[in-house]
Design a binder for this molecule. Structure first.
Ligand code: URA
Length: 196
């Protein structure tokens, strides 16, 4: 047994909050949110600009889309814990704007120990990977999201893979966006069924 390992989610969160970002620049670590014992844990990539400033996961545009799709799918807040594979915002500064930069495989691996402990404490019945970075963190190896979309296992954990909500925001045409949104919603409805 690792004597230095945290014994509660609170202790773990303290460690995460005190750790400096791997890539300098982030305002703060963004911790997971939701009840211990939540039926579903949803794992995103990393906090975005808004999350970094507010210190809460999924409060920016992609987060609002996710939260509204969860409501539409009948997943309520008491059932869901939301967190990220990487706890600090990584970005490129362009003028005044901070543009999201994808975390490297090494960065994802660095944060993985925390993510696994966090999920051990929350102990959800199903873990949902939102996009490729979350799937990489949970599976411990690259996963092709389009092919692997749907039910899966992440080691001992029951899992589900779907796209990241920010992908829906990047689709340029309305018809494509509508279809992608419907497929995302169908995934979340399936997720809800799997835990009910
Ligand atoms: N995208 C993520 O992956 N996580 C967040 O918290 C916000 C946007």
């Amino acid at each position: 047994m690792d004597l230095l390992a945290p014994h509660s989610l609170e202790e773990l969160n303290r460690l995460i909050a005190e750790a400096p970002p791997l890539v300098p620049g982030a305002t703060q670590a963004v911790l997971g949110e939701g009840p211990i014992g939540a039926a579903i844990a949803l794992v995103g990539e990393q906090p975005g600009d808004q999350e970094d400033l507010q210190g809460r996961p999924f409060v920016g545009p992609a987060g609002q889309l996710l939260r509204s799709a969860m409501r539409e799918a009948g997943i309520d807040d008491a059932q869901a814990y939301v967190t990220n594979a990487v706890k600090h915002f990584k970005f490129e500064q362009r003028g005044k704007r901070r543009i999201h930069a994808r975390p490297s495989t090494g960065e994802v691996a660095h944060y993985r120990w925390w993510l696994n402990l966090e999920l051990d404490f929350v102990d959800p019945r199903l873990v949902v990977a939102l996009g490729a970075t979350a799937a990489l963190a949970l599976a411990g190896k690259p996963v092709p999201v389009t092919k692997a979309r749907g039910e899966t296992r992440f080691g001992q954990r029951r899992g589900y893979i779907t796209v990241h909500p920010s992908m829906l925001l990047r689709i340029p045409d309305a018809e494509g966006r509508r279809e992608a949104h419907a497929a995302f919603l169908a995934d979340l409805k399936r997720v809800r069924q799997l835990v009910n």
